[in-house]
Design a protein around this ligand. Structure first.
Ligand code: SAM
Length: 232
């Protein structure tokens, strides 16, 4: 199938994830050397979840990113706009609540979530500022946002290694493990184009979030940003 372009046209991005949905979880585990489970637990810890908290997991895909929230006793809502990813999620995780929705026009009322989060989804969204504003709209005053996303290692040699891994090694792994290797060419390019840690922090502040900070994972190849919605 045609791969998505870096313009990130929503229909193309959704179709691309439809095409990789079947083997997405396995591909993720291989590409991250099994690290992604640890990172997902770090997201749950950063959200400071308590039993009963309502959490929006935006761009939740097959729901793998939502599992630690349910394990912590919170009540996750797993939202995504790819019918293929949602179908795999509903089949593999029948206990999770999946909702079809676009990050740029979330199908939720204002301030209905205690916390919101997005893992490896924000860089695929066509308008990052709009998505961060929508996340702020649906978060209650004082609620927390945590973003897990690829980033740029601050140390130059590691940054070069990371670029090499993304541009050369990831497509090879995709050829073996993915149902649609061409989509991973797009994912690799979109990682290269994506904001570094400081730029994402600036985008968060511009969208009205406060208390913005981040933590590097895997030498900064991945970053975990957190912020609060002002208490009002
Ligand atoms: C790399 S997957 C991440 C899935 C999951 N969060 C995880 O960590 O495994 C990115 C997901 O973002 C979704 N996505 C991209 N743009 C979106 C948008 N505008 N609205 C909703 N979902 C979106 C895709 O459909 C895809 O399922």
């Amino acid at each position: 199938m045609a791969r998505a372009t870096l313009d990130k046209r929503p229909a193309e991005v959704a179709q691309m994830f439809d095409a990789v949905a079947d083997r997405y979880d396995r591909m993720n585990a291989v590409m991250t050397f099994g690290q992604e489970r640890r990172w997902r637990r770090a997201v749950a810890a950063a959200l400071a979840l308590r039993p009963g908290m309502r959490v929006l997991d935006l761009a939740a895909g097959t729901g793998a990113s939502s599992l630690p929230f349910a394990a912590a006793g919170a009540v996750p809502v797993s939202c995504d706009f790819s019918p293929g990813m949602l179908a795999v999620g509903r089949r593999t995780h029948p206990d999770l609540t999946f909702v079809a929705g676009d990050a740029l026009r979330l199908p939720f009322a204002d301030a209905v979530f205690d916390a919101t989060t997005i893992s490896f989804g924000l860089r695929n969204v066509a308008d990052v500022g709009q998505a961060l504003a929508e996340l702020a709209r649906v978060t209650r005053p004082g609620g927390r946002l945590v973003i897990l996303e690829t980033s740029q290692p601050p140390a130059r040699p590691l940054r070069a290694m990371n670029r090499l891994y993304t541009a050369r090694v990831m497509p090879l792994i995709a050829r073996v493990f993915s149902s649609d290797p061409s989509s991973y060419a797009y994912l690799a390019e979109s990682a290269g184009e994506w904001l570094d840690q400081q730029a994402l922090a600036d985008a968060l502040r511009a969208a009205g979030w406060t208390g913005v900070g981040w933590r590097d994972l895997l030498f900064g190849a991945v970053a975990l940003h957190s912020a609060h919605k002002p208490a009002g």
